[in-house]
Design a protein around this ligand. Structure first.
Ligand SMILES: C[S@@+](CC[C@H](N)C(=O)[O-])C[C@H]1O[C@@H](n2cnc3c(N)ncnc32)[C@H](O)[C@@H]1O
Length: 384
């Protein structure tokens, strides 16, 4: 590893790019890494990958034992939550955020959905699964190894059951409601767990404000809407996916809530037209997909975020609430807030910032590794 790579590892950023690696092992695996003969870290290494080194421990020792120590620490941090909410869902392993490079494990009511994004851990998959099964005694394990990132590691994409039964959908509790995960066919590992605490926060806010009309834009399977519905007279779900809206209707039925109105449309068009028609919503949720997957997309993404926020702001009466999020890592929080400020200015209204929030606690963010934090969430109140 050259001096630049060493500096990154010493600053506790785990990634070293190929251009900074002086001599890589021929095969992917878990290795100690050195700079001029001095030990730096234990790392997941893949000579084929652009991110060649992903460190996970900074003390010398047996690489596999050190990795299992990291896994044990991640599981220990979730143990009390597992015991308290056996029917709930949580992220058990948040990749680099838990010092387990490229490994994500989510749990839905006792079922595990795991994603492995490095060749070194794929090679130890049986050992890894064995340890998870022994420690957690899950009802089933599904491998959701279909991410685009796997190509960079030279890995095939597949989804397959690895143990026991994993039904589809997987019903789980979030606060007082049932939600459905679709690990085989859905996005992420089947649901958006990173927004869990924001949805519960939204429910608390709605309980106090009692919005009459709610719009859940970019609703997916209505996870926000189902938390808000008990406090509202009318709920409208907006998504461009018919499948997601149909799944949302099933979620409402399971919760014995009246069928919501669902609109299958492009949110950009719908929001513009609704503002044009002078429609009013007392609470709007905006939870779009990432508009900036690459830094190069940032300018265009900023305009897109501003556009939807500005249109949503125009739908709010005084006292109305906007719950708005961005999951683009590249749109950092100061820029997210600047975007909201510009949108509010263009909408011609004053807005109070009620809350600034991020991703749920089980998606830990490392200060040294900004890439581990990506979700921004703000709650705004229209003041007229
Ligand atoms: C991040 S997910 C929403 C997650 C959801 N709020 C939750 O808590 O589970 C984004 C959703 O936006 C939808 N979507 C993406 N682009 C859209 C567009 N232009 N118009 C409407 N929906 C869109 C996708 O189909 C997806 O369901």
């Amino acid at each position: 590893m050259n001096a630049r790579g060493a500096r990154r590892l010493l600053a506790r950023h785990p990634w070293v790019y190929r251009s900074d690696v002086v001599e890589a092992p021929a095969r992917p695996g878990l290795y100690p890494v050195f700079h001029r003969g001095r030990f730096l870290a234990l790392a997941v290494v893949n000579p084929r990958s652009e991110i060649t080194v992903r460190a996970y421990a900074w003390r010398p020792g047996d690489p596999w034992a050190a990795l299992l120590d990291r896994l044990e620490a991640a599981l220990a941090a979730r143990a009390a939550d597992r015991a308290a909410r056996p029917e709930g869902a949580r992220r058990l392993v948040h990749a680099e955020g838990d010092f387990l490079p490229g490994l994500v494990v989510d749990e839905y009511a006792g079922h595990l959905v795991a994603t492995v994004n490095t060749a070194a851990l794929e090679a130890r998959l049986d050992d890894l699964l064995g340890r998870l099964i022994e420690r957690l005694e899950p009802r089933g394990v599904l491998l959701k190894n279909d991410s685009r990132g796997r190509a960079a590691e030279g890995l095939p994409r597949y989804v397959r059951p690895a143990y026991g039964e994993v039904p589809e959908p997987l019903w789980f509790r979030e606060g007082a409601r049932w939600l459905a995960a679709h690990p085989r066919t859905g996005q992420k590992t089947g649901a958006f767990l990173d927004q869990r605490e924001n949805r519960l926060y939204a429910a608390g806010l709605a309980a106090r404000h009692r919005p009459r009309r709610v719009l859940d834009a970019f609703a997916y399977q209505g996870a926000f809407a189902v938390q808000l519905a008990p406090f509202a007279e009318e709920v409208v779900l907006l998504d461009r996916s018919r499948e997601a809206l149909d799944a949302a209707a099933r979620v409402f039925r399971k919760n014995r809530l009246p069928e919501p109105k669902s609109v299958e449309a492009n949110a950009f068009d719908y929001l513009r037209a609704a503002a044009g028609r002078g429609e009013r919503y007392d609470l709007v949720v905006l939870d779009p997909p990432s508009f900036a997957r690459r830094r190069a997309d940032l300018e265009r993404a900023y305009r897109a975020y501003k556009e939807i926020n500005l249109r949503a702001m125009a739908l709010l009466p005084p006292g109305g609430l906007l719950l708005t999020a961005s999951c683009s890592y590249h749109l950092e929080e100061p820029l997210f807030l600047a975007m909201l400020r510009e949108a509010a200015g263009d909408a011609g209204g004053s807005f109070r910032l009620l809350a600034r929030r991020g991703q749920a606690w089980d998606h830990p963010v490392l200060v040294n590794v900004p890439e581990t934090g990506y979700l921004k969430f703000a709650a705004l109140e229209a003041l007229g």
